[in-house]
Design a protein around this ligand. Structure first.
Ligand code: TPP
Length: 283
């Protein structure tokens, strides 16, 4: 299928991801709206188009592509996609972050079908992905490994060790996507812990680097296709995004990194997602 045919569908799924995120944070319930909605479009393309072998009726398929959500605090976005793929019943969304529920506040491989790794302590996902990518290569598997990191997360030292390891072992079946939304938990990333020239830093460590607008569907699709074609080195896609994308009061606003919406904000979000779901995505 060409991009022109699939982009309207993927945009619609991006809207569904945002709608499901909002469903999980009714008024008064704290949740990571900002970092979940910034990655919604990338996750739409990964889960509903690009990744192979993602099948809730065959979860143990050894050749499935893996997605490790290293910025685990924003897992609402991943739950929002997985529910559309039938990994768990929709009723679970209302129980998110309650004691013993299927959907915990951070990704839990033992609790949630479709989750590939426990994350939440930032900085660990890429190391996990290195191991997965090496194991898949040993098994001659065609599967690829995707790691979603936050830009704030890059302050973790373990990431940089893992970046060198990915290159040292020529892990071309590995792709990192940095959700470059420029805001972290307590303020702009550039103020809290500035890391300038993220693309240049990956390059100097030996990575193939692609910089894109992380809300532009054609760019996301093309970047993932290009990454797959590159041999000998891993690829980093630096996806420039907007924290809180789609919800104007939350866009670029660190206050909505992890917050509870009031009634009014919740109703506004519901109006926005309902409009998104009704929009003709062919335009
Ligand atoms: C090791 C570790 N230190 C601190 C935290 C607390 N924490 C949770 S989210 C966050 C900010 C992450 O920012 P970023 O990676 O940019 O995520 P995004 O903006 O995409 O949500 C921090 C510091 C954590 N989860 N793990």
């Amino acid at each position: 299928m060409g991009n022109n045919e699939k982009i309207p569908y993927l945009k619609k799924m991006g809207a569904k991801i945002r709608a499901n995120i909002i469903e999980m944070i009714p008024p008064g319930k704290v949740g990571h709206l900002g970092g979940s909605s910034s990655i919604a479009d990338v996750l739409s393309v990964l889960y509903f188009d690009h990744m192979k072998g993602i099948d809730s009726s065959n979860m143990k398929n050894p050749d499935r592509d893996r997605l490790v959500f290293s910025k685990g605090h924003a897992v609402l976005a991943q739950y929002a996609a997985l529910v559309e793929l039938g990994f768990f019943p929709r009723e679970e969304l209302a129980k998110v972050k309650t004691l013993g529920s299927v959907l915990q506040g951070h990704p839990d491989i033992d609790k949630t079908p479709g989750i590939e790794a426990v994350t939440g302590s930032l900085g660990q996902g890429l190391s996990i992905c290195n191991g997965m990518a090496m194991a898949l290569r040993l098994d001659n598997s065609p599967a690829r490994v995707y790691c979603v990191c936050g830009d704030g997360e890059l302050a973790e030292g373990q990431i940089w060790e893992a970046m060198m390891t990915s290159v040292n072992y020529s892990l071309d079946n590995l792709c990192v996507i940095v959700d470059y939304n420029k805001v972290q938990a307590t303020g702009p990333t550039g103020d809290v812990f500035p890391i300038n020239d993220i693309a240049g830093r990956f390059r100097i460590f030996g990575w193939n680097v692609i910089e894109i607008d992380g809300h532009d569907y054609a760019s996301i699709i093309n970047a993932l296709d290009k990454a797959e074609a590159v041999k000998g080195v891993p690829t980093a896609i630096i996806a420039s995004t907007i924290k809180g994308k789609g919800f104007p009061f939350a866009e670029g606003n660190a206050a909505f990194h992890n917050a509870a919406l009031n009634e009014e904000q919740y109703e506004e979000c519901k109006r926005i997602v309902n409009k998104m779901l009704e929009e003709d995505c062919n335009e």
